[in-house]
Design a protein around this ligand. Structure first.
Ligand code: ATP
Ligand code: MG
Length: 509
């Protein structure tokens, strides 16, 4: 029944070596509600949900499901009880098909343990159709976009008739259209009396879709309130203990020489005719829907991908497209979007992750200077307010937002001349976002050229001096000054691609 408590956590605690992640936390989910879970990076949100989903055993407290005390020991047990966690960092097997992933651990057999592929695919096909997915059950998951991978996880929740579905920062990599689709799926789940837990750092989403909000700070429950009674200010105060002004910091405009210029860069099937330049001290925003090709452009400049055509000029002189190693040596760095796949070595400590690509800076005659490494680690831990127990804590054990901060630290310590930031505040909490925006401004004022790729309109509008819009693999608009408005950006990316000859700069007088 709607409004009934399906699942509750009573006085749960969870410790990790050196970290008290949860202290005596109580929390409940009702049928047919969307319950937000908020808190700073490292507050314990993902940990609490992993306890519910059978990934962590709590050190104390109990979990009640439909009125009885339960012991959820594995994710499969949680799933069989109807509790499904859609992970912050998605947890699918890329080499398996969509259908195999949806029914992982309970594939249908024809007897004698032989996989019944036809049934597997038709069952999966039914769920995918119901969700309106545009890919096939036999597709290999590794080839899907993040939004589609997320749909596979949601399909899993549907297939197992979940009564509680937990979304851990689900919109971090979604475009607006994809987000609207997700929200309508959440509305459907809600209408079917599913209890939904929704973790997000985005205030507008909290007010748009949630009914109640629970806030954690440093593993301690700060309270649960009705969303209708809350405001951005009250929630911020609950999360970080103080109010926050939500102004963006834009660097003072003081541009120097051109650092990078690209002419006619193309990569078959990804983008074409990419031409632009960026100067010292300039923050250039790259706005577009996810999938427009922005990350691919960045990866090509950094040498992760090979361009098919085009010319590259570095500080005025033409150079061949670099390899990543050459790019780093030039001072052209890319802080990538996906920290798990490209950004960090999760088995290593934070200190090593920062210094790894720049060993030359930290060694002499092949001997590492540990002390300098530790100094740099300490400096970035302070500037970026990274929550970690020490230089050797495995970054894989850090919260999502704190991992993202290490990705930034790693590229900053090289003192680059051009820094490309791909979704720099993805998964970052409200307080730390302004820290990162202020840092971008400071770096630009020190003469660094910065390219910020962001799908968050307020962010790209707030930090950039100039914005290029991109859709379907081509640039289709350029905005500066008063022409940098939401309407103009939306208009540019939704308009069908113009040919580059008709591209004109819309510059405010
Ligand atoms: N497996 C683990 N081993 C050691 N420490 C861990 C582990 N998992 C989480 N922690 C620690 O527990 C604390 C809470 O982390 P958690 O991932 O729950 O934060 P979060 O609220 O989800 O933050 P974010 O918003 O950044 O995702 C952090 O200090 C983190 O480093
Ligand atoms: Mg988390």
């Amino acid at each position: 029944m709607a409004g009934e408590t399906i699942l509750s956590i009573e006085g749960v605690s969870k410790n990790f070596p050196g970290v008290r992640a949860l202290k005596d936390v109580s929390f409940d989910v009702r049928a047919g509600e969307v319950h937000a879970l908020m808190g700073e990076n490292g507050a314990g949100k993902s940990t609490l949900m992993k306890v519910l989903a059978g990934l962590y055993r709590p050190d104390g407290g109990r979990i009640m499901h439909k009125g009885e005390e339960v012991d959820i020991r594995t994710p499969l047990e949680a799933r069989d009880r109807g509790i499904l966690l859609i992970h912050q960092e998605l947890s699918l097997s890329p080499e398996l098909s969509v259908a195999e992933n949806i029914f992982l651990g309970s594939w249908p057999t024809k007897g004698l343990g032989i996989l019944n592929k036809r049934k597997l695919n038709s069952d999966a096909g039914r769920v995918l159709d119901a969700l309106g997915c545009d890919f096939r059950p036999t597709t290999r998951v590794g080839t899907l976009s993040i939004a589609r991978k997320q749909m596979v996880e949601i399909a899993r929740a549907q297939a197992f008739n979940a009564s509680v579905v937990i979304f851990d920062e689900p919109t971090a990599s979604l475009t607006d259209t994809e987000k609207e689709k997700l929200f309508s799926i959440i509305a459907d789940l809600k209408a079917r009396n599913v209890g939904i837990v929704y973790i997000s750092h985005k205030m507008n989403e909290i007010f748009e879709i949630t009914d109640r909000v629970t806030v954690l700070r440093d593993g301690v429950l700060q309270g649960t309130v009705n969303t209708a009674d809350a405001t951005v200010e009250t929630l911020t105060r609950m999360m970080i203990g103080r109010a926050l002004d939500s102004f963006f910091t834009r660097a003072r405009s003081n541009f120097g020489a051109e650092v990078l210029r690209v002419e006619g860069m193309a990569k078959k099937g990804l983008f074409e005719n990419i031409s632009f330049s960026v100067r010292e001290g300039e923050v250039l925003g790259l706005y577009g829907l996810i999938g427009a090709g922005r990350s691919e452009v960045a990866e090509t400049l950094f040498g992760v991908r090979r361009a098919d055509a085009g010319r590259l000029f570095w500080k005025g002189g033409e150079i061949p497209f670099p390899t990543p190693r050459q790019a780093i040596d030039l001072g052209l760095c890319l802080a990538p979007e996906s920290r798990k796949e490209q950004g960090l070595v999760i088995g290593m400590g934070g200190r090593e992750n920062i210094t790894l690509p720049h060993l030359g800076l930290f060694s002499r005659l092949g001997i590492m200077n540990r002390e300098r490494e530790t100094q740099v680690f300490t400096r970035y831990r302070e500037t970026l307010e990274i929550k970690t127990t020490g230089p050797s804590q495995r970054v894989g054990n850090l919260s999502g937002g704190n991992q993202q901060k290490f990705v930034l630290a790693k590229w900053l310590c090289n003192k680059p001349r051009l820094l490309i930031l791909d979704e720099p505040t993805r998964g970052i909490d409200v307080g730390s976002k302004s820290v990162i925006h202020a840092l971008i401004a400071k770096l630009a004022e020190e003469g660094l050229a910065v390219i910020v790729i962001s799908s968050e309109m307020p962010e790209v509008l707030g930090v950039s001096h100039r914005i290029l819009t991109m859709s379907e693999g081509a640039f289709n608009g350029e905005f500066t000054g008063e022409a940098m408005t939401e309407e103009n950006l939306i208009d540019a990316v939704s308009r069908h691609r113009e040919s580059s000859s008709s591209r004109r700069a819309r510059t405010a007088a």
